[in-house]
Design a protein around this ligand. Structure first.
Ligand code: PLP
Ligand code: SF4
Length: 352
């Protein structure tokens, strides 16, 4: 829960550097860096820890060859043991099906490499640019549309950042920076604070948006160091989480969201509609309800991007539309995510 010292961060910013700090970790798993380093990266270990039938292992090994397994302990703890149908497990367990080739499912479904005017910068939409602020994630989601992204060509050094920053400085139509990745919060606070400082010095920038799964998969990531630089910037801050199922939100996630809200961050969520994970009205209703309990508003519900290796997660458009239509009869308007698809070449995401 939120401690008294965090409240002080809000009321008296000078206190931030003083001795009184929130404890860095509220769980026995240690600081976030340690949790990130000790995430499960071995398909055998994943199957063993979750008490899965060994029959899943060969498929897990095959999928792992294509896109490596990565599951932090905090996330693992929310998965039911011995249940191959668990909706959280399905997001992280590699399957033999990932090696299937399927027409239309490609390496770069969004043509991002065609919109990269500077290393690590994607400028597709008016007024906002996306920065690949980190080459890695804390969790590897099997359906990820960037599972084949050439991160090694797009994780800039400081010198390259200068070039990226110059691009932003030169285009006064840009009002918002989106930190993405990978997961931008998988990077050190030193690096992020450095970047935030340079961004806020660009007069035409108004907003800093962070697309991250870290507050969900390692809630201890939302620690004092992060809250320090994030509360110091003049930019308005938006954090867009990525949660697909209500079971991903336990009390530690609620507390992490609370810490962000305490410093005035607007919290939104985007989900991906995934076969076998959240493709029912009940599941989506529960997700929106649970998000709001955590102080998060649903933003987008994305249909799957047709990335090679993820076709088994696909939900056809007609079914997606029907689901959302029924969802609308269950939820208040403000808890309805917008169903969208990303179509390369369009000037925005496309509502379905
Ligand atoms: C999704 C996306 C954005 C943000 O779009 P919003 O509709 O503002 O959320 C910006 N840039 C790129 C490249 C994107 O893929
Ligand atoms: S956290 Fe996001 S970027 Fe990283 S693997 Fe999952 S979906 Fe992809």
């Amino acid at each position: 829960m939120i401690t008294r010292s965090l409240a002080n961060v809000q009321t008296d910013s000078r206190r931030r550097d003083d001795a009184e700090r929130i404890p860095v970790s509220s769980t026995p798993q240690g600081r976030w860096q340690a949790q990130l380093a000790s995430a499960i990266r071995d398909p055998y270990e994943l199957c063993r820890r979750l008490e899965l039938d060994p029959a899943w292992l060969p498929g897990a090994r095959t999928g792992h060859e294509l896109f490596e397994v990565r599951v932090p302990e905090a996330y693992l703890s929310r998965i039911r043991r011995g249940d191959p149908e668990d909706p959280l497990l399905r997001q992280v367990l590699p399957l033999l099906a990932e090696s299937d080739t399927m027409q239309g499912f490609v390496q770069d479904p969004l043509d991002e490499t065609g919109h990269t005017p500077r290393r690590g910068l994607i400028h597709k939409y008016h007024g906002r640019v996306l920065l690949i602020a980190s080459p890695t994630c804390a969790i590897n989601c099997r359906y990820c549309f960037r599972r084949h992204f050439p991160y090694h060509e797009n994780s800039p050094s400081r010198a390259q950042w200068d070039d990226t920053l110059a691009y932003i400085r030169d285009d006064t139509s840009i009002g918002e920076i989106i930190l993405s990745g990978g997961d931008p919060l998988a990077t050190s606070d030193r690096q992020l604070a450095w970047l935030a400082e340079r961004l806020e010095a660009i007069p035409h920038l108004k907003r800093l948006r962070i697309h991250t799964r870290l507050p969900v998969v390692i809630p201890d990531r939302i620690d004092t160091e992060l809250l320090d630089w994030l509360s110091a910037t003049r930019l308005q801050r938006v954090v867009v989480l990525h949660v697909n199922h209500a079971s991903e939100i336990d009390d530690t996630v609620v507390a992490a969201c609370q810490r962000l809200r305490e410093i005035g961050v607007t919290l939104l969520n985007q989900s991906v509609l995934l076969r076998g994970v959240n493709d029912s009205v009940e599941t989506l209703t529960e997700l929106s309800e649970r998000l709001f309990e955590a102080g998060v508003l649903p933003y987008y519900l994305h249909v799957l991007d047709p990335v090679a290796g993820a076709a088994h997660f696909d939900v056809p458009d007609a079914e997606a539309r029907d689901l959302v239509k029924s969802l609308r009869t269950r939820l208040p308007g403000f808890l309805m995510p917008t169903l969208v698809r990303e179509i390369p070449g369009e000037a925005s995401k496309t509502p379905l």
